[in-house]
Design a protein around this ligand. Structure first.
Ligand SMILES: [Zn+2]
Length: 283
């Protein structure tokens, strides 16, 4: 089983995770820029983070044979902090980088006017830089959040086939499916979507435009839930080809629209950090 996790925050994970992911069949990932938990207070904190997403983290992933790509954005939560909003001005230079395959995560957290402005501005950046967009939907008041999200996406003029609306569930799947956007599902260990619930959605709605991710981050989460979903699909009668479509070909098709996916089959990582001994333990 080959797996492309289209949404995972490896910055928050350990090399044990990379090892287990590689053993489970994860060969490629996309790491979206997100809220790190600790509030950032200036633009420099963001640029250092973005630099790690296009430099250090791909190197770390490469040690385990995993191809790493990133999306960059001002996340919805921090769009509310006036100290962070100037990040919007530095984004264009990151959106030109090879490892950046979309604008994201953008969208809503609490649905404030500040979030409205940052969301619309970043959809415009996606259009201007000819990139897809990864849109996060709020975990609270989800149905209303998805409605408002879809209205802003429609208003932006971005082609729906270049947008993934993520963190969907049984309630919101239909709203998004009818728009032509891609559908993202984050599988969690206990709350929200689980592998069996995901299998039911795939039975009902089919495999087209469906993306399954682990969204693993600094909270309780599991980077192997993509694999668990593939196993649950097989147990429910889906074929190997169905699993390959959902867990590999769909994310390749979606992010491939950036023209920047790098899926060369080789272990050689970027040499930028080759002299660095941190991964082997310097002491
Ligand atoms: Zn995320």
């Amino acid at each position: 089983m080959r797996i492309f996790d289209p949404h995972i925050h490896m910055t928050s994970r350990t090399t044990d995770d990379y090892e287990r992911m590689a053993a489970a069949g994860v060969q490629a990932i996309v790491e979206p820029a997100f809220w790190l938990g600790q509030p950032r207070t200036n633009v420099g904190s963001f640029t250092d983070y973005f630099d790690s997403l296009v430099g250090w983290e791909p190197f770390r992933a490469g040690q385990f044979g995993i191809r790493h790509h990133a999306t960059v954005a001002l996340n919805p939560k921090e769009a509310n902090d006036p100290r962070c909003r100037p990040v919007l001005d530095v984004l264009p230079r990151y959106l030109e980088k090879d490892g950046v395959v979309a604008v994201g995560e953008i969208g809503y957290d609490s649905m404030t006017p500040e979030e409205d402005a940052a969301f619309a501005a970043q959809l415009a950046l996606a259009v201007a830089h000819d990139l897809p967009a990864l849109v996060h939907t709020p975990h609270r008041d989800k149905a209303r959040g998805v409605d408002r999200t879809l209205a802003v996406v429609a208003e932006s003029g971005i082609e729906p086939g270049r947008v993934v609306v993520d963190h969907l569930n049984e309630v919101t799947v239909k709203q998004v499916r009818d728009t032509g956007c891609w559908l993202g599902f984050s599988i969690y260990p206990d709350t929200k979507m689980s592998p069996p619930r995901m299998v039911e959605l795939l039975k009902t709605y089919g495999t087209e435009r469906m993306l399954v991710n682990s969204a693993a981050d600094w909270g309780r989460s599991d980077p192997l839930l993509t694999r668990a979903t593939g196993e649950a699909m097989l147990a429910a009668g889906f074929t190997d080809d169905d699993v390959d479509r959902v867990l590999w070909r769909n994310p390749v098709e979606f992010y491939g629209q950036s023209g920047r996916l790098d899926l060369r089959d080789e272990d050689a990582a970027d040499s930028t950090f080759a002299g660095n001994s941190i991964l082997r333990g310097g002491s």
